[in-house]
Ligand binder design. Structure first.
Ligand code: ARG
Length: 588
């Protein structure tokens, strides 16, 4: 469906032309002064110079041409030269009805769909998920859903950290604890056991223990480094252990991510890129892109226009070991081969920005990606505690994701039980659903690149700009619709009538913005724009609700019209939260 602003401009263009002015000035925008009008055109101000006329004269000329239009309730030229516009009630109601009939709620899909690989989540295998990974998962999931909604093919890849020192640490610690396992017997020739010699609970204890020891004991650290190297070189027992660690860990990660409503299409990781490294390095050398620098193999990625120092991209360390950048470059080789994407989009903490600048430049320079493949990095800010420092547990440790979720759920449960009489089992279930909205909305409603304060009290509140408030609004609509039905109200197809009062019109105007908000939010990869939109929409709905007696309305056509407007509001809100990655409960 066309956007309302575009439809207004379609009427403005011939009016400007008939009045003798260039159509380029016929631009409309939402009003800066909602108290005076709904839309405005500032074209007369812009045209004044070119035509050497006072803007108000131009505005008056144009308004004369517009007066007959059925689209407007009023069009006025006001000093110093604005054209103030109000839509007619019947036009807006017609737009609502068209939206209601549109499966995609007025949003047009991209004309040229792109294939986008979204690299998000980025959990490290065998290390607990912590709140740092939370943002990547939450923001990434919503960008993925936004892209799909706009008609693109988006492939989500969790890109696990599964090839690093943590693996060597776990292997080393296991060897100390259970030296008799066949994995450590070099002469072992049989089949390794199918069962892992540890559970996820063991791993959760083993990794931090090993990590602690390696920091205190140099020899232990050396051993872990050696184990990592052997694993990477393919020692069979270590590879077998690695597979166990992967399977146990991934099962746990899947559970955690699904608890967050986060789903990946690909569960690939750093290890998948390793086979591509030797050939990639050989080409970089042959084609003269890579050279030696203090023993390491590097590619220069500086550019003339740089205002800050961009160090060379290190491909191999002096001992021949591959690094984070090497893996990311080789992953791009793999992605091109397997998926040939138009764009690869990465989402991590903004502290990794330099890494991605180097990798992107290196990939372009060496031809790993095609000239026109877009590489994008979105760096997000830190999630802080109320003290303004990175979010920690009460005793100062790193907060684990599941604990954070449990805390939120507990608080939500308490609030729900406080609010009304409700069966505790149902309250628990509801607390889960609403708790997730509190976490996700609390995160997504901030511009991603900014740091924000994770404030459990505020995020779980039913009032203000929060997830629970949005859900509360949806639940309220559901409850009115249910009551209407219970009282014998029927699904009417009579259509939505022109707004009966200001608050209804304001609600309709909010609804009509949905298509343009969704488009901009995806273009700018900005879920916070969807949040601020649904907040405005929820406010507009609640104002309408307080001023309108829907269920006691005596005129059945009017009542049926309102019911349909409620259904539309609900659909828009539900569609938006689905894209943000959470759901609404039946009651709360
Ligand atoms: N595992 C990494 C970390 O925890 C994030 C991976 C991000 N993706 C990438 N392709 N580098 O920091």
């Amino acid at each position: 469906m066309k956007k309302i602003i575009a439809m207004i401009e379609e009427v403005l263009v011939p009016a400007f032309e008939k009045a003798g002015y260039d159509a380029a000035y016929a631009r409309a925008a939402a009003s800066n002064r909602p108290d005076l009008c709904e839309f405005q055109c500032n074209g007369a101000m812009a045209a004044a110079k070119a035509y050497k006329k006072a803007p108000i004269i131009i505005a008056n000329d144009v308004v004369k041409e517009l007066c007959g239009s059925k689209m407007f309730e009023s069009v006025q030229a006001v000093n110093p030269g604005f054209i103030n516009i109000k839509l007619s009630g019947s036009f807006l109601a017609g737009y609502m009805n068209d939206m209601q009939a549109d499966e995609h709620l007025s949003v047009e899909k991209a004309k040229t769909p792109r294939r986008i690989i979204l690299d998000y989540g980025g959990a490290n295998v065998a290390k607990p998920l912590h709140v740092g990974h939370l943002r990547s998962a939450i923001i990434g999931e919503s960008i993925k859903r936004m892209g799909r909604f706009m008609g693109h093919e988006v492939i989500g890849d969790v890109h696990l950290g599964d090839w690093g020192l943590q693996m060597g640490l776990i292997i080393t610690e296991l060897k100390k604890r259970q030296p008799d396992l066949p994995y450590f017997d070099e002469s072992f020739k049989g089949e390794y056991p199918e069962e892992a010699p540890f559970t996820i609970g063991d791993l959760e204890e083993i990794y931090p223990a090993a990590s602690k020891k390696s920091k205190e004991d140099e020899a232990y650290r050396e051993e872990a480094l050696e184990a990592t190297k052997q694993l990477q070189q393919g020692t069979p027992g270590y590879r077998a252990l690695w597979s166990h660690i992967m399977r146990v860990s991934i099962a746990d990660l899947r559970k955690n991510y699904s608890r967050l409503n986060v789903e990946f299409d690909l569960w690939k990781g750093e290890s998948d890129a390793q086979p591509y490294i030797p050939d990639m390095v050989r080409k970089m050398k042959e084609q003269g892109f890579a050279h030696e620098d203090q023993g390491a193999l590097v590619v220069d990625v500086r550019e003339e226009t740089d205002v800050k120092e961009i160090p060379p991209c290190i491909i191999l360390k002096s001992d021949g070991a591959a690094l984070y950048a090497t893996t990311d470059l080789a992953t791009l080789v793999e992605r091109r081969k397997l998926y040939d994407p138009d764009e690869v989009f990465y989402l991590t903490d903004k502290r990794q920005e330099m890494h991605f600048i180097q990798v992107f430049r290196c990939a372009k320079k060496t031809g790993i990606v095609k000239e026109d493949t877009k590489l994008t990095f979105l760096g997000f800010g830190t999630m802080n505690g109320k003290d303004g420092k990175p979010f920690k547990t009460r005793d100062g440790g790193v907060m684990r994701l599941e604990h954070l979720i449990a805390d939120i759920e507990e608080e939500m449960y308490r609030k729900i039980m406080d609010n009304h009489e409700i069966d505790p089992t149902e309250a628990r279930e509801t607390a889960k659903i609403v708790g997730l909205s509190a976490i996700k909305y609390g995160d997504l409603s901030n511009q991603a690149s900014k740091d924000y304060v994770f404030d459990i009290d505020r995020f779980t509140s039913f009032e203000g700009n929060t997830g629970p408030y949005i859900l509360y609004t949806i639940v309220r609509i559901k409850s009115i619709l249910n009551k209407y039905k219970a009282a014998g109200g029927v699904e009417s197809k009579g259509g939505i009538l022109a707004a009966a009062n200001d608050s209804e019109k304001a609600l309709m105007l909010e609804i009509s913005r949905f298509n343009s908000v969704m488009e901009t939010a995806f273009e700018e990869r900005a879920p916070h724009k969807i949040c601020s939109y649904i907040y405005d929409l929820a406010n507009a709905f609640n104002r309408f609700y307080h001023e309108t007696k829907i269920l006691t309305e005596e005129d059945p056509a009017q009542q049926a019209s309102w019911i349909q407007l409620l259904q539309l509001t609900r659909r828009v809100l539900e569609c938006a939260i689905e894209i943000l990655g959470f759901d609404a409960p039946e009651r709360m």
